[in-house]
Write a protein that binds this ligand. Structure first.
Ligand code: B12
Ligand code: SF4
Length: 477
């Protein structure tokens, strides 16, 4: 069969825009589906909405398409875009099946099925079940509309088909050397943060399934031969959760004699608990650690079910500083019921942590999480449409939060990021002057680190495809 997979991830940046360096990243879910379909003799192509000019462009591709079936990956934010794709496909040829899968269908199957154009929805992991469905449909068999995905043995899956996406993956911070790749060593998360779970458990189950160390190393070696990459990032939600796996990985990785920078995500409590693991990871190339510190208020950390303590946030940061690992700090502002005092506590926390990069978000309720349900039950959400599920710092999300006040906190907090102090320092001054009715054009001042980042980014891509991170500069729509 000829299958066209669709990546509809245009909600944040729109069409014709591999916006920000993350915008260039492959979608591992689709690449994994593609690999198994191709291995079983099917032909697979991709429509990546991010590189199209508009809906007419999409419609013309569909009109000329010889695909027998379309498969669309859907995060909650992209639901409208995915539905629009389906409508265009069905208007062009109502007989071609459209299959939805991914986070939103797994979390909210009934909501997904509301779109009568969708032929099948696969919940959870798709490799085995989608392949079976495609094979059945090829034989003219009928199948259920809602199908529960069967979990694969990760080591038995072929490596993801990176050629599906035409764009080169770009590093998202300047000090990471290109070529850059993203990789996933496992699926699932055992933790229970209220702003996230049970979504992850609905997609991947209650346990973490990790690929064997040998399997991951083999993929890295293959990638080294094919792409000669210099840096990489683990997408795993919490890579350091399995002590034994990390120890084995570090030992085996050392044997490759690779000298590559890498990035992974972890939690403050785990960094504190297993500092020797963090040292081992640093020794083999860990240069940046993404940590969800989330809040400087213990009451808020407890409210979101993070399972960490504010003191652990500080201790984890100290461990990283001592080891020379840069910190990418995720934190939330504007949680339901958060007081101004608590917001200032988060600001103070960021000041003390001294991250390399500050990555704040206004708390955004996401479908599939307990906090999302809490916000609905208590009529707290300002979210009106799926697109509003994007996490950002320019759209109010929760009733009762003083977002004007939060802006002060936000700008001051980001100024403590090592990479952005200059830029946000200027933004901050502008913002405070504006508040006093003074509008001036300040020269663009960059911190030394930002200058270094910019130079290395520019060197990486002379076609100017790279846009530097712009989390905060977006104008209000
Ligand atoms: C990497 C990642 C990103 C990357 C995506 C890069 C890319 N090009 O895909 C970046 C950083 C850009 C990103 C952004 C966002 N992300 Co994100 N991201 C992830 C992360 C950590 C890994 C995704 C992944 O590769 N998983 C591994 C693959 C194998 O799993 P998978 O994609 O789910 O695919 C499997 C199944 O779902 C299914 N499947 C998937 N698609 C399809 C299609 C068909 C047809 C079928 C049959 C099956 C199927 O089969 C696949 C194989 O088993 C996940 C968390 C996680 N652990 O999955 C969050 C996650 C997907 N992201 C999430 C969110 C909220 C966002 C943002 C909205 C955050 C924001 N900044 O506002 C944005 C939205 C971006 C957009 N679309 O506009 C949520 C989604 C929740 C939801 N309700 O939709 C998740 C689940 C994290 C969480 N727990 O909150 N993200
Ligand atoms: S936020 Fe991270 S640590 Fe918490 S449950 Fe979700 S994936 Fe796990």
């Amino acid at each position: 069969m000829k299958i066209t997979l669709i990546y509809p991830g245009i909600t944040e940046s729109g069409f014709n825009n591999l916006k920000g360096n993350e915008g260039s990243w492959i979608n591992h879910g689709l690449c994994s589906l593609s690999a198994i379909l191709k291995k079983n003799g099917h032909k697979v192509s991709l429509i990546d909405l991010r590189i199209l000019s508009d809906w007419d462009h999409f419609a013309s591709l569909i009109k000329n398409s010889d695909a027998d079936l379309f498969g669309i990956t859907v995060m909650s934010v992209d639901l409208n875009a995915a539905n629009q794709c389906t409508e265009i496909i069905k208007k062009a040829n109502s007989k071609k099946p459209v299959v939805f899968g991914g986070a939103h269908p797994s979390i909210a199957p009934e909501d997904t099925l509301k779109n009568a154009y969708i032929d099948h929805v696969i919940c959870g992991e798709g490799e085995i079940t989608f392949l079976n469905l495609v094979n059945d449909l090829a034989l003219g068999h009928k199948s259920e509309r809602l199908i529960e995905g069967q979990r694969p043995e990760l080591d038995e899956l072929p490596f993801v088909d990176r050629e599906l996406f035409s764009a080169r993956e770009e590093p998202f911070v300047g000090f990471l050397k290109a070529p850059f790749v993203t990789i996933i060593a496992g699926r699932g998360c055992i933790y229970n943060c209220n702003y996230c779970q049970p979504a992850e458990k609905k997609i991947f189950g209650h346990k973490v399934r990790r690929r064997s160390v040998a399997n991951v190393i083999l993929e890295l070696k293959e990638l080294h031969l094919k792409l000669g990459f210099n840096s990489f990032m683990f997408h795993d939600d919490c890579l350091t959760e399995d002590k034994k796996w990390i120890e084995d990985f570090c030992a085996e990785y050392q044997k490759t004699s690779f000298k590559k920078q890498f990035v992974c995500q972890s939690r403050a409590d785990l960094v504190c608990k297993n500092r020797h693991l963090i040292k081992m990871l640093k020794d083999i190339g860990l240069d940046l650690m993404i940590i969800g510190f989330e809040s400087g208020s213990q009451r808020m950390l407890d409210f979101i079910g993070k399972g960490t303590r504010v003191e652990q946030n500080f201790e984890a940061a100290e461990i990283c500083h001592k080891l020379g690992i840069k910190i990418w700090a995720n934190y939330m502002l504007g949680l339901p019921g958060e007081t101004k005092e608590e917001q200032r506590m988060t600001l103070q926390m960021i000041k003390k942590i001294r991250p390399y990069h500050c990555s704040p978000a206004y708390y955004t309720p996401h479908p599939g999480s307990r906090l999302f349900d809490y916000c609905l039950e208590n009529d707290l959400s300002l979210i009106k449409k799926p697109e509003d599920y994007r996490r950002n710092t320019y759209e109010p999300k929760i009733k009762g939060i003083d977002y004007e006040y939060l802006k002060d906190i936000l700008y001051e907090s980001v100024s403590y990021g090592e990479d952005s102090s200059g830029r946000y320092g200027v933004k901050k001054v502008k913002y405070f002057l504006q508040k006093r009715g003074i509008s001036i054009k300040l020269p663009k001042i960059l911190s030394l680190n930002k200058v270094k980042d910019k130079i290395s980014s520019a060197g990486r891509d002379c076609k100017g495809k790279i846009h530097m991170f712009n989390w905060f500069g977006r104008p209000k729509k």
